[in-house]
Design a protein around this ligand. Sequence first.
Ligand code: IPE
Ligand code: IPE
Ligand code: MG
Length: 234
Amino acid sequence: MAETTPVFPNHIAIIMDGNGRWATKRGMSRLDGHLAGFNTIHDIVRYLGEIEQVKYATFYAFSTENWNRPEAEIKSIFNILNESIAHEAAELHENNVRILWLGRAEGLPPKLVQNINDAVSLTSRNSGMTLALALNYGGRQEITDTLKRIVAEGVPAELIDEKLIAKYLYTADMPDVDLLIRTADELRISNFLLWQLAYAEFYFTPELWPDFNRADMDKAIRAYRERKRRFGGL
Ligand code: IPE
Ligand code: IPE
Ligand code: MG
């Protein structure tokens, strides 16, 4: 494939980092930081909905490694999600947004699992933007689950190729990521979408997630549009 100048990213994935630092800087609790972070998700999702060319957005809300945090913080993250999801889903449904969940149910509060599944089924027939929530998500766990399912279904080795693997991932219905954004000045992917990021463009910003706004999103998209995507070609 020849060098291409990308138009708009079709799929944007975001590692929302810096909620804790944002709160600490203000003498607030980490819980307040997560609350502020969820308000940012609300606004950025609406904004991406307005940018019609962006068809897929994935938000990293809780990693499988985040179980290493104190129980009280984990609970507060789940509470915020649990309390907002039904209301958010209803509003997104009105805007024709389809919600997907990437991650494992194992370990999550059953009520939260039920609420997310309800949001997914409520919006499953929508044809607008796809919003994927990576919650209790780990890239290596996803690949592990994928292999287990392929083996469990008895798929013959000669039928296994990249296309088939992609169909068994949590992201079966989604294209690869075009643009990965990570906030809060951390330069790593922290076990996020290992397969799907194979050819993504990376954009790192020092902005802490609760401060990330529409203008920052524009800046990230502008940076993406200036990249040259070669996919191994010239
Ligand atoms: C990101 O913010 C949110 C989650 C990982 C749930 P952090 O909570 O990691 O914020 P910092 O990195 O401590 O500032
Ligand atoms: C990555 O952020 C996970 C999420 C944003 C949900 P972390 O703050 O957990 O990542 P590390 O620990 O700094 O790599
Ligand atoms: Mg962090």
